[in-house]
Design a protein around this ligand. Structure first.
Ligand SMILES: Nc1ncnc2c1ncn2[C@@H]1O[C@H](COP(=O)(O)OP(=O)(O)OP(=O)(O)O)[C@@H](O)[C@H]1O
Ligand SMILES: [Mg+2]
Length: 258
């Protein structure tokens, strides 16, 4: 059996993990996407912004061990493993772009799979906690995941990740393709998870809404970080206002260097 920590479940649990990344490079074969990145995700909610193809997904995948990476990545000073199973066992979970649920399995079964690393009794306890944290999912426990709405499926994907009681939760565009109300709901869930003690690192394209719920943020362009800082300052920076919020240059504040 693999290692597991009998930590309290996350919505109401703890963790407050601190991720530090130094000199990170990653890509696909000879194609290097990320070059020498330095960033951190402190307790709270950190958002990664940036245009399509910037390397946001590549960043999360490399941290999750799904693609090789070079450089240093630590969580609370301990090296982050490079194999996906060991990353999960180290308390780091990824909700990938596109959710990747098992559509022919029920909501409950999908959630149980999120707790596959932990003993059965603990898994049952966490499932109960997940239903308490996501009451909508309890109502839908026996529904096939593939028949749920996009927003509901995204909620299942987040709840499934929480079944591993992560200290660090990585979310790749949780609001992708959702109606505005569901976008707000998913971002509020991310905020609640961060407030309950799980560090959240989230990629988002809803720049305004993401900066409104985040504590800190980074802007990634063509594999390089071009700005970073507290979310309130980033929202006012010219680099974000001009490129992502459609504001005229004259009204903008000075950029924050990365
Ligand atoms: N499996 C792959 N093989 C080769 N190249 C890839 C692969 N996945 C992504 N890429 C390339 O890596 C670069 C970064 O892609 P990535 O998916 O990380 O961007 P992103 O910032 O997440 O974009 P989006 O906002 O569209 O999701 C792109 O040029 C993309 O074409
Ligand atoms: Mg992506």
């Amino acid at each position: 059996m693999m290692d597991w920590r009998p930590e309290p479940f996350v919505l109401g649990g703890s963790g407050r993990a601190h991720l530090r990344v130094q000199g990170l490079s990653a890509g696909y074969g000879a194609f290097l996407v990320l070059r020498n990145l330095a960033l951190e995700a402190r307790p709270g909610l950190t958002v990664i912004l940036g245009p399509n193809g910037a390397g946001k997904t590549t960043l999360l995948k490399s941290l999750a061990g799904l693609i090789p990476r070079q450089g240093e990545a630590t969580v609370d000073g301990v090296a982050l493993p490079t194999e996906p199973d060991r990353v999960v066992a180290a308390g780091v979970a990824l909700v990938a772009e596109g959710r990747q649920l098992f559509p022919q399995m029920s909501v409950r079964e999908n959630l149980e799979l999120g707790g596959w690393l932990v003993p059965k009794a603990e898994r049952a306890r966490r499932l109960e906690q997940a239903f308490a944290d996501f009451p909508k999912l309890r109502e839908r426990a026996t529904q096939m995941a593939g028949t749920m709405s996009g927003g509901e499926q995204q909620m299942v994907a987040v709840a499934r990740a929480m079944m591993s009681a992560p200290r660090l939760l990585m979310l790749d565009e949780p609001s992708l393709g959702l109606a505005p109300r569901m976008v707000d709901e998913l971002l509020a869930i991310a905020r609640r998870i961060a407030d309950a003690g799980t560090t959240v690192l989230m990629v988002e394209q809803n720049v305004k809404k993401a900066l409104a719920v985040a504590d800190r943020g980074y802007v990634l362009e063509r594999g390089v970080l071009v700005a970073s800082g507290p979310a309130v300052l980033l929202a006012r920076s010219s680099i974000v206002r001009e490129a992502y919020l459609g504001a005229p240059a004259a009204a903008a504040a000075r950029p924050i260097p990365a």
